[in-house]
Design a protein around this ligand. Structure first.
Ligand SMILES: [Fe+2]
Length: 152
């Protein structure tokens, strides 16, 4: 017999919806951690890969939320009166990703440009300072131990 009783699928559907909800809670928790790391990072060189990771995460996350079995299905079943509100949130995904892409690009340009240039100059200065101090130490050491008693 090929007839199916729709009622028999109900527990499976509920269980699937429950799993999806748990996935979203878990995703949102992981996302908050990433956001917090990005927000508190003061080193632009560390921020760059972090923003790449955030972008990858958000692309997957938003895709999952927008999928046919994503957030719309859950909200339609649980609170259909909030579907309009949800649509606005889903529409904001494109804009959020675009802003993040721009920020990634800005950070990358700053890191590859001015930051790299400053670090290169810093390295040259540090090398010179070390050589300078070493030369002074040599003169001091030579003067004190080699010329001891020989100077007029
Ligand atoms: Fe989300």
């Amino acid at each position: 017999m090929t007839d199916k009783n729709p009622a028999s699928d109900l527990p499976a559907a509920r269980s699937f919806a429950h799993e999806r909800k748990m996935e979203y809670f878990e995703d949102h928790r992981a996302l908050r951690t990433l956001i917090s790391r990005a927000e508190t990072t003061r080193d632009l060189r560390q921020l760059s890969p972090l923003l790449d990771e955030l972008h990858r995460f958000l692309e997957d996350h938003f895709r999952s939320e927008e999928a046919p079995d994503g957030l719309r299905g859950i909200i339609r079943d649980a609170a259909p009166n909030r579907l309009g509100q949800l649509e606005q949130l889903l529409e904001a995904h494109r804009d959020l990703l675009a802003k993040l892409r721009n920020l990634r690009e800005e950070v990358r340009e700053i890191v590859d440009g001015p930051v790299t240039q400053v670090l290169r100059e810093l390295k040259l200065l540090c090398d010179r300072l070390e050589e300078h101090e070493a030369a002074e130490t040599r003169i001091l050491t030579d003067s004190l131990y080699t010329d001891l008693g020989e100077s007029p």
